[in-house]
Write a protein that binds this ligand. Sequence first.
Ligand code: G3I
Length: 375
Amino acid sequence: MKKSSMLMTTIGVLAATSCATAQPSLKDAFKDKFLVGAALNESQFTEQNAAQAALVKQQFNTITAENVMKWEKIHPTPDKFDFGPAVRFVEFGTNNGMVIIGHTLVWHSQTPAWVFADGKGGPADRATLLARMSNHIHTVVSRYKGRVKGWDVVNEALNEDGSLRPSPWLKIIGEDYLVKAFEFAHAADPDAELYYNDFSLENEPKRDGAVRLVKKLQAAGVRVHGIGTQTHAKMDWPSPELVDDTLTAFGKLGVKVMITELDIDLLPARSRDRSADVSRRDTADPALNPYPNGLPDSMQQALAKRYGEIFAVYAKHADKISRVTFWGVTDGDSWLNNWPIRGRTSYPLPFDRTGRPKPAFTEILKAAAEPSRLD
Ligand code: G3I
């Protein structure tokens, strides 16, 4: 090769390398504090969307299944398990050395109706439902034994006032469905971490309910390794003080504390309802979709500031937080484009629709570098 073309090749390689490494990563910025991850959809973990798959590899060291491990997807009919997409999800995480989180085993939502039915038009009885729960958990958890690091064993079991949600699980089995779910999961993979996961836990009544729930599991001798606060946040909720109080309260439980589904919804809402209940639906209204063609800079900066203040609290509590997971990778694939109103243009994540980091990304990185801002 001529000297001049060798030089050009070298420059090309250097340029490509510096492009690939120029952008700092969330996982590196927080490597001494906690894992940073994202919930993935199928096009990302199958690498059909190659750009987003590359972004995930560059930025995150833990991944959660956004949908493919939910009961309705993985176990749609009594005798049929469909592991196809979940296998691809686990392969992606394994191949890239990521901590893999399974979501979710026992939930009232996205669970097929047959699970709770007797097949004759009535509800299943306690023994039948316990047997179905046991079969489901054993089959799914043991399949990924040693590869899925932790499971959201029970999801969203609480009402906003901290009492137990009257789900079919509670109504048919009784309160010990919680203990049973954790026992079945532990038996299926004794080395897996087992978590309780819920939303709006920053609100005091629900937070207290979650503390009671975890303490009851611990008193029953059940292995519970972590509590996940989803944190589907708004611009004005939860306040940094609420986040601070919640992490302090959960830190006293002696289990890992995780932020499991972080995003910040800046779109206007019809009601002041803060819940992230997936069953909530509002009717479309152009006034509630004000940025269909892009986010004004003032809003972009406000979102960045909001992410910065939340991550400053996370950095302060880094000793008890094991993981912070965003619920999605880029704005375009967030569930918030379709909830509680379908077809809106939402901006809840640190990466824009093209995968470029937003000002929020920069503010998050600053919180990693200046953890003492709140001390
Ligand atoms: O895959 C089908 C597609 O084939 C079909 O054409 C389309 C028509 O609506 O639906 C697609 O499924 C949707 C699925 O997301 C994948 O996009 C479901 O309708 C939709 O209900 C489902 O929403 C998910 C929701 O949970 C319910 O399972 C969201 O993506 C997911 O982000 C959201 O995640 C939940 C957590 O599991 C628990 N905590 C709250 C969080 C946000 O709601």
